[in-house]
Design a protein. Structure first.
Length: 124
């Protein structure tokens, strides 16, 4: 990835600390500024206080789900890319995108998928 003039901020919201840690480290090594929330309430607070270019929102978290956070993320961060993440294989990605997400990925998240999402979201 090419150097950035300004670090793009990413919010990871997931109740699994291992996922948060590995994804945070991966994104920071690529030059992103990363904030982490371990439940929906923490995520909503960060969404309302800061501006993010990307969101990785777990479909199922305590307090508020990733789907419940999409509207707030869109309102406070127009133009951002929202990725819904789910560990449930029965969840339909098309339905989740209709609810406001730009992309959908299943757990375990593959870093190659993350790279594609980031490249698409940043444009040329």
């Amino acid at each position: 990835m090419s150097p950035r003039k300004e670090r793009v901020k990413v919010l990871i919201a997931d109740d699994d600390p291992d996922i948060c840690t590995s994804l945070r480290k991966y994104l920071e090594r690529r030059g992103y500024a990363v904030a982490v929330a371990f439940d929906g309430a923490q995520a909503r607070q960060l969404i309302e206080q800061e501006r993010f270019g990307f969101f990785f929102l777990d479909c199922s978290m305590p307090e508020l789900t990733g789907l419940e956070l999409v509207e707030s993320a869109r309102r406070n961060n127009p133009g951002s890319k929202i990725v819904i993440v789910s560990g449930f294989p029965s969840v339909d990605g098309g339905m989740l995108r209709e609810m406001g997400g730009d992309r959908f990925v299943h757990k375990p998240v593959q870093f190659s998928d993350i790279d594609k999402i980031l490249e698409e979201g940043e444009g040329p």
